[in-house]
Design a protein around this ligand. Structure first.
Ligand SMILES: [Cu+2]
Length: 289
């Protein structure tokens, strides 16, 4: 793990998407954080040790999903599939499929495996799976401010984890999408899907793959902006009108393309439903100092 010293930093960004605003000063205590996202190999050790069954491997309870098509109430997870040609970017269902049987060790569903991907970040983990791993490891999930401070690597107000330019000396600095999403991937960074952790240079705190590769879960509830009050969670998760509550994910993924989603930046954030797992979300853990 890497030690992140206590300090103040400017969290958020005014230059991209509304949910990152406003920029505000945040003070964070020192903490230890994993140098890299949790890998498939590490997750396998956890499962062998505990017999843990991830959310994607359990049959969904129909009471939790009253509007769902019963045929979809089988264990599975969301898998990205490139389209053959340009599509309407407003409809994410054209490139995301709910694949029965997809899970952390079968990332593309039945017939797929992770034999050559032990050093890739684990994917297809819902929020509670990430939290269960962290507890087993004697760690926790970072909150959003901790994650963002760590990802910035000590660079004040920089756009990217490595500075203000999209690349350094023409070198790709993270596993993102080059080409036109979601049909044309020119693979300038060398990878179509996830990549072995550490395939790109570390940031100023020595952290690998903070941006790109996989999104990472945090412990914070999602709000539409930094000045919106977080929903109170003292009586359980904030759940209104049958909606699944969402936590903040950070860092962007191998699917982030500048033309569609420029989110491989420390300030970027999205809300993800806590029961959702996908082929592009993983996590890393933290130990408070
Ligand atoms: Cu993205």
């Amino acid at each position: 793990m890497a030690w992140i010293p206590p300090g103040r930093f400017a969290m958020g960004s005014e230059d991209f998407y509304p949910e990152e605003r406003p920029v505000h000063e945040v003070e964070v205590d020192g903490f230890w954080i994993d140098e890299r996202p949790v890998t498939v190999r590490e997750f396998r050790r956890f499962v062998k040790d505990t017999g843990y069954v991830t959310v994607a491997e359990r049959p969904p309870d129909p009471r939790d999903y009253p509007d769902a098509d019963p045929a979809m109430l089988v264990p599975g997870s969301l898998v990205f599939r490139p389209t053959r040609r340009p599509v309407d970017l407003r409809d994410y269902r054209t490139w995301w499929s709910y694949v029965p049987g997809a899970c952390w060790h079968r990332p593309e569903g039945p017939g797929s495996d992770t034999y050559t991907r032990g050093r890739h970040p684990v994917t297809h983990v819902a929020h509670e799976d990430a939290a269960a791993y962290a507890a087993w490891a004697g760690k926790e999930l970072p909150n959003e401010a901790e994650w963002e401070r760590a990802a910035r690597g000590g660079l004040e107000r920089a756009t990217y984890a490595w500075g203000d330019e999209p690349s350094l000396d023409g070198r790709p600095m993270a596993n993102t999408w080059q080409g036109e999403f979601p049909w044309q991937n020119t693979l300038e960074d060398g990878f179509a899907g996830t990549s072995p952790v550490g395939s790109f240079p570390p940031n100023g705190f020595g952290l690998l793959d903070v941006c790109g590769n996989v999104w990472e879960w945090t412990s914070d509830w999602f709000t539409a902006g930094h000045d919106e009050p977080a929903p109170s969670a003292c009586c359980g998760p904030p759940r209104s009108d049958g909606e699944i509550p969402r936590r903040v994910i950070k860092g962007g993924s191998h699917l982030c393309a500048p033309s569609y989603c420029l989110r491989y930046r420390p300030a970027a954030r999205q809300g993800e439903a806590i029961d959702t797992s996908t082929s592009h979300i993983g996590f890393r853990c933290l130990v408070r100092g």
